[in-house]
Ligand binder design. Structure first.
Ligand code: BGC
Length: 708
């Protein structure tokens, strides 16, 4: 075994040493002025190289669902290019809902290819901030409320992107869990919640995914802005995790030269340029521009600090822009659309399906009423920096019409996000077609407008907007056969849910949205998505909101994460608060039985691995995929613990009447909690309960094990 490891790692160590030597050679040739220019922007999305030595500039782009349209060199206007139409991949909430790391790898490879084709060296994504409140306007860009799930999905995404010689820039590090006051809010959170909930996905991206870049967030943590936060960047990221890549600021997230120099930032982006300062070099006025240079010249800052930043930037260049062997990439390929479709259709979550209302038989001549603005609204545009210019975007209306060729389909908007429209007329028109139809598909939810699922602001409340709940309830009085198709990146209040037969949570699905939704409705694809976050009944049932304003959104200056480690389902489970829909929940058109649930042993030492085996039998009429989920809780802990936490999962495909045996491995060290007194991880000895099921609220068996 040791020999094998040696044979595997030896060439890697050799290549790393070669790369480092080139980095040192380049560093040696640079003047301090040249080094300084590399530490800040030269345009909205590039940082300079060194023309004299042929060192190319670095080109960056958002992220994280596709490659953003080109923006002007020095202002936020669109460049209006015609070659920047791209594939819109499903939002990361959808990817998380697939519970399928293989699809995350496909996602990373495909988006990396598009980035490469568009000549980008750094992709500003993925985002892994934990879903703390359903009001956060950017939850749709992240991977849900569970640190283990997000960690399992971020690693393949990062690796996939970087296979293309494009750096993934994992964002927003850290604790950027709301948009309101994001530029200045100071987050106060315990060490335990920090290490157990908010950091693991970043840590996995760095330690397992080998991410080459990370983006500091806008907010403050313990009084210091995260783009130059000593604890987060120097002590945790660079020292403890051994990050050898580049820390890039969020755009305009730098506020102070001394902190930026000393607290771990490497490239400053988004600070405005100043043409009165210099026409040729207007970004030299940035915090890490001339003020930094002055301190170096005057001997106030050691050159080794500058060299460390530049060494990291050159290393990233060796991995990207200076890597002669990287592939050329591709864009809008058939394969990219296939990937987008697969992720979209595997991420859709069937929340409710009374009387097996879905799927609808597409061979029949049924009359379908489609109601709702989201049936035809593009969701790839808008929403902030994750906006896209899709080469193709199939709307749900178009997709359903294509899939249900035998049906008579009528469409009415029913409500509108535009206040100028006559809402009463829209409502009446909808009710007319509802009354004469066999089936109603209500396609609503949120959208990418301000104060919805959109950057820079949070949602104002938990309700579905634009009078949708009232409309759904009214429709149900005239037609009982309703399926609600929710398009959103966030949980919404579903107090209308008993009035409808089915509910699908379909996310922002990108280019293939309409095709994926139609395939699910017709049963062409059997839904297999699981919720990556909880749908509380009401906002105050959510842990962050339970503690009032100081917890969310804060007092304008600071906020205190008072629910501590009990985020999402951890809160609901531990406090016994029943949500509308639980984390991990997701129905199928078939039925599965989970049997023979066993652990390989009952007693484990701390360096062993727990193996949970389980048999998944498809007892229904459709082939399909089920996600076996393993949660673990400590019996009688010396510290506060969640009742149970996700520690393993596996998605299994099973044909009708067949069984598949599956095994899930959980290293005992993963059960450690963060000991705040020791500032280290500790594995508590004693009994643990292993809960195995197909949702956090559907546990089918429990096993007690002991750690000795
Ligand atoms: C966002 C980042 C984004 C950057 C560049 C910021 O406002 O927070 O996520 O990458 O802009 O567009």
């Amino acid at each position: 075994m040791k020999n094998l490891l040696f044979i595997f790692f030896c060439p890697l160590i050799f290549l790393y040493a070669q790369q480092e030597k080139k980095v040192e050679d380049m560093l040696f040739q640079l003047t301090n002025e040249e080094k300084i220019t590399m530490c800040h922007a030269q345009s909205k999305f590039t940082s300079p190289g060194v023309p004299r030595l042929g060192i190319p500039e670095l080109s960056m782009s958002d992220g994280p669902h596709g490659i953003r349209p080109e923006i002007n060199w020095d202002d936020w206007g669109y460049a209006n290019w015609t070659n920047d139409y791209v594939t819109a991949f499903p939002a990361l909430t959808c990817l998380a809902a697939t519970f399928n790391p293989d699809l995350s790898m496909d996602y990373g490879i495909s988006i990396g290819e598009e980035a490469r084709y568009r000549k980008k060296d750094i992709l500003l994504g993925p985002g892994v901030n934990i879903y703390r409140t359903p009001l956060n306007g950017r939850n749709f860009e992240y991977m849900g409320e569970d640190p283990y799930l997000a960690s399992e999905l971020v690693v393949p995404y990062v690796k996939g992107v970087q296979k293309n010689g494009v750096a993934a820039c994992v964002k927003h590090y850290a604790l950027n869990n709301q948009e309101q006051w994001r530029g200045h809010i100071n987050v106060e959170v315990s060490d335990r919640a920090l290490h157990e909930i908010y950091l693991p996905a970043f840590k996995a991206a760095v330690k397992q995914g080998n991410a080459w870049a990370i983006m500091g967030s806008y907010n403050k943590f313990r009084g210091q802005h995260c783009c130059h936060n000593d604890l987060l960047l120097n002590k945790i990221l660079k020292k403890s995790w051994g990050f050898d890549g580049v820390v890039i600021s969020d755009w305009g997230g730098v506020h102070n030269t001394d902190e930026a120099i000393h607290n771990g930032l490497d490239i400053e982006m988004g600070t405005p340029s100043d043409r009165s300062h210099s026409k040729r070099y207007p970004y030299n006025s940035n915090f890490l521009g001339n003020p930094f240079l002055k301190k170096i010249i005057e001997g106030d800052v050691e050159e080794s600090i500058l060299d460390d930043k530049v060494r990291r930037i050159l290393r990233l260049m060796m991995r990207t822009s200076l890597n002669k062997d990287r592939p050329f990439g591709s864009i809008n390929s058939k394969q990219h659309y296939e990937t987008a479709y697969k992720i979209a259709s595997e991420g859709v979550v069937l929340l409710k399906n009374a009387e097996n209302f879905l799927p609808l038989d597409k061979s029949k001549q049924i009359k379908i009423a489609i109601i709702g603005e989201n049936a035809e609204k593009s969701m790839s545009v808008g929403g902030g920096s994750s906006e896209l210019k899709p080469d193709k975007e199939i709307s749900p209306l178009f997709g359903i019409k294509k899939e249900f060729k035998n049906a008579v389909i009528k469409y009415a908007k029913g409500y509108s996000s535009n206040p100028d429209e006559d809402h009463d007329d829209l409502r009446k028109e909808a009710l007319t077609i509802v009354k004469e139809s066999d089936v109603v598909l209500f396609i609503g939810g949120l959208n990418k407008n301000n104060f919805q699922d959109s950057e820079a602001n949070d949602r104002k409340n938990y309700q579905l907007p634009y009078g949708q709940p009232k409309l759904i309830n009214e429709i149900s009085k005239h037609n009982k056969n309703i399926a609600v198709i929710l398009i959103s990146g966030n949980a919404v209040k579903t107090d209308w849910k008993t009035n409808v037969k089915s509910i699908l949570q379909t996310w922002y699905l990108g280019s293939e949205a309409g095709n994926a939704i139609a395939s699910i409705l017709s049963g062409e694809i059997n839904p297999s998505g699981k919720l990556p976050f909880t749908f509380p009944e009401s906002l105050t049932d959510n842990g962050a909101h339970y503690f009032g304003k100081l917890s969310y959104p804060g007092d304008g200056e600071s906020q205190y994460y008072k629910e501590d480690i009990l985020v999402g389902y951890r809160w609901h489970d531990t406090k016994n608060i029943k949500p509308s829909f639980s984390f991990g929940h997701g129905l199928s058109y078939t039925s599965f039985e989970l049997t023979d649930i066993n652990s390989n042993k009952k007693n484990y030492s701390t360096n062993e691995t727990i193996k949970i085996s389980c048999n998944v039998k498809n007892t229904g009429e459709f082939e399909g995929k089920e996600v076996v989920q393993v949660y673990i809780g400590k019996v009688k802990s010396k510290v506060n613990r969640a009742k149970k936490e996700l520690r393993g999962f596996k998605k299994v495909f099973v044909k009708v009447n067949k069984s598949e045996k599956t095994e899930i491995e959980i290293p005992v060290k993963n059960l450690a909690y963060y000991n705040e007194i020791e500032s280290d991880w500790e594995i508590e000895k004693g009994d643990y309960i292993i809960y195995v099921g197909n949702a956090s609220n559907n546990i089918l068996d429990k096993i007690i094990i002991t750690i000795t």
